[in-house]
Design a protein around this ligand. Sequence first.
Ligand SMILES: [Zn+2]
Length: 521
Amino acid sequence: MTNKLIIYDSTLRDGAQALGISFTVEDKLKIVNKLDNLGVHYIEAGNPGSNPKDLEFFEKVLKLKLASSKIIAFGATRRANISVEEDANIQSLLKAGTEAIAVFGKSWDFQVTDIIKTTLEENLRMIYDTIKYFKNHGKIVVYDAEHFFDGYNANPEYAMETLKVANRAGADTICLCDTKGAGLPSHIARITGLVRDEVDCAIGIHCHNDNGMAVAGSIAAVEAGAVQIQGTINGFGERCGNANLCTIIPNLQLMMNYECIPAANMEKLTPTARYVSEVANIIHDERAPFVGNCAFAHKAGMHADAVNKNTSAYEMIHPEVVGNQRNILMSEVAGRSAVMSIINMVDSTLTKDSPETKKIIERLKELEYEGYQYEGAESSFELVIRKMLGKYKTFFELKEFKVIVNEPTVNSVNSSAMIKILVDGQTEITAAEGDGPVNALDKALRKALERFYPRIAEMKLTDYKVRVLDSNFATASKVRVLIETTDGQDAWTTVGVSTDIIEASWRALVDSVEHKLMKEN
Ligand SMILES: [Zn+2]
């Protein structure tokens, strides 16, 4: 048995069904390039006949020179009681001009008689005719057996018969779909094994995550003989999502010795996952296995100590393997080793006994007393260390800023900010409006800097949190502001504390901008 598997990505088709996701043609083209770069075998891209946007996309995508992926058009079997030639959808699938086509059809008797309202025999002919037609036109055909597991539970003979018909018509792959997402891994494995004995083409698996087991179900199917895995980046998809390829690929490839994507591309997994979240405009799930910021994050103290001594103590793989990184989190009781690993990021020659280290730890305690907390905001702490060690570059100097809040809000604008900064002796004054004073200030600052540092334009605030600190903690009531930023490649969090919310936000904002500039310069 070969250990090579076929990865079939449906982010642009099934993934785009997710609440809150709407890809433009340009978004889709960008994602296709990323997926090709990652090395997936198929990119399912929708139905060219469904709307003008999809048609435009297909015209453009087929002009791209893809290194590893094939674009696959997706559509239903022919309608009942007409020929494939008369069916407009079948014709538009053919006209899309892709090398491969995915055809979905019914395997559940109740869906045939009650939903599409035709006879069980006609449904078999619809499956056969459609697949045969595309095979006669030289296409690679993946047959998606919709609701297969539910269909099998209801009427195993009929469900199996639909697959045998697809097999006879020449389908290259028959994909078993757990469309409702309720399949249990053991059940999926057992049925997949039975199908393997009945058909002689490749078997695929397509799971939804309504029971939280889409990944487990997909892997169980592979163990039972499936060789094509359909899923989406970050598990995007309708309801609870589709099987998450960012979890499935590393499990199969790193833990189970299958080959899903070229080994050298594994480190592109986290950047790809982040990129797709970014384009989808969905906050990246930082708790996601392998590709989230928390996947290799350790709280200061015993765990961080152990990880510093030997990474296998609390990590199943090295984060770099999947393009992620280790994060040692700070806390008020910061373990020295956690602090040390950040100090060493700035200066690898310092040890825990260096006088500089002692000063940094003293400063950290003072800042924590003032209300700073660097857990999850290591970028701000790194800047503190850089300033203390003289490894800090000044990118701009603030001369002044003014923020005005206007009520009532008009078109989500209720604030304006004016800012004056100095960069290399040149003064820049800009103003911007925004939804709230911090938004206006952020826009004005970045507008002012863009002339000098164009890559600032890549930055985007993804989260903004304010916490009012316990008033007996310091003399006056303070707020701590956490700002999360991404540039599409990385995400970082910065922190600011003050008795004034604008001031605290400004500090976090400046750290965020400086982190980006430090990274690029
Ligand atoms: Zn689906």
